[in-house]
Design a protein. Structure first.
Length: 386
């Protein structure tokens, strides 16, 4: 039986997905004077609420992606002003804390690996310095006396990702963004341009649609095959601990390489601690398992023995949205008015601000800012007829 669809009032722009990427795009588009709606059936439930909130252009830098390092550095540089603006416009905190990050080596092979990483970071001109165990423990006395040394990334900070989501929601609402708690089932396209989106009950028209739904973009119908690159979910299990004393546990962000495995420990102002995170290729699986919990706690405890005294508050899993080349896709598609802001993988919180800025610039001027061009969708799109 055909369901009758209501054609409801249109918008100037529709954003699909209200994680930090979608919200940032919606907020910035709204500030341009556009009537914007953001569609999400469960706002605030996705990857944005699960992460730890490290703003990590240095310690997340990897050997193959110079372009991403440049984007991450730009984003990290803009974060303090971005946080100030967001806090002012939302009247909510973001939990931005200028704390620096330690990357500690647990054994001698971990030390060799991190020394090489530090050289690589320095070769990229990143602010990273090698520290002796004594210097490292002066930066964070809770580190085990057995630590072999490590990297100090003085400019690498944190925000509280859950506060960030809530501040972005509030800023977007204050700027006039309408929130629609519905799933977009299809994108409507006609004569090579986007016409709007469809939910189970209605069709909403808009000349501009931004897909920012993470890996869930693959469930949206109506998109020509090959237009939107595949976004795969990469699972991360992450532990939250509480500290009744209500004081910051370890002042800097602590990453560690422990017998070749990585772990990070991010301490909040209220004493809470986030320990993360696994990286698993298991599709849309959100189960949490004892093995992951054991390994995260074991490795965190090896470098920060005092972590044993904290209370277990939450153990969850989230799905990072990843492209084939692990770089985000931001920009226009071959369908007029249909934009993508997807695939931010391990850097969604860091890149939310610059992504909103780039999408708004594209909507306003017709072109991406030059610093965002390497992330345009063409590099992954297949040849398609629209
Ligand atoms: N950005 C840290 C993570 O994805 O686990």
């Amino acid at each position: 039986m055909l369901r009758r669809l209501d054609r409801v009032k249109g918008y100037d722009a529709i954003v699909v997905g209200s994680g930090v990427i979608g919200l940032s795009c919606a907020w910035r588009l709204s500030e341009l004077g556009r009537r914007v709606a953001v569609f999400d059936p469960s706002p605030g439930q996705g990857a944005s609420a699960v992460g730890a909130g490290m703003l990590a252009p240095v310690t997340e830098a990897s050997w193959h992606d110079r372009t991403l390092v440049d984007l991450n550095i730009r984003a990290a540089r803009e974060w303090p002003a971005f946080a100030r603006e967001l806090e002012e416009k939302s009247s909510r905190p973001t939990g931005f804390r200028a704390c620096g990050t330690i990357y500690a080596a647990f054994d001698s092979s971990d030390k060799t690996a991190l020394e090489e990483m530090c050289e690589f970071q320095n070769s990229l001109g990143l602010d990273a310095s090698w520290c002796s165990p004594t210097r490292l423990r002066a930066l964070e006395p809770l580190l085990t006396p057995g630590v072999r040394g490590g990297i100090w990334a003085a400019g690498e900070h944190q925000i509280d990702n859950r506060l960030f989501v809530s501040a972005l929601e509030q800023a977007a609402i204050a700027a006039g963004v309408r929130r629609v708690e519905k799933s977009v089932t299809a994108v409507e396209i006609g004569a090579g341009v986007v016409r709007g989106v469809r939910t189970v009950h209605e069709v909403c028209s808009a000349p501009l649609v931004v897909l920012a739904a993470g890996h869930a973009v693959g469930r949206i119908d109506g998109l020509p095959k090959g237009l939107v690159p595949e976004i795969r979910p990469v699972k991360g299990q992450i532990l939250r601990l509480a500290n009744r004393k209500g004081v910051v546990f370890a002042s800097p962000n602590i990453r560690a390489l422990v017998n070749g495995s990585t772990v990070y420990v991010v301490s909040r102002d209220d004493g809470g601690v986030v320990v993360g995170a696994t990286q698993e290729e298991k599709g849309e699986d959100l189960t949490v398992d004892a093995g992951a919990l054991y390994r995260l706690l074991r490795d965190a405890q090896r470098v920060l023995p005092g972590i044993e005294e904290l209370e277990v508050a939450e153990f969850t899993a989230g799905l990072r949205p990843a492209t084939r080349d692990h770089l985000p896709v931001i920009g226009a598609t071959a369908v007029g008015g249909l934009l993508l802001a997807l695939g931010h993988f391990r850097n969604g919180i860091l890149l939310a601000g610059v992504t909103g800025e780039a999408v708004a610039a594209l909507a306003e001027s017709g072109s991406l800012p030059p610093w965002c061009e390497p992330f345009a969708p063409e590099r992954l799109a297949e040849k398609i007829a629209v």
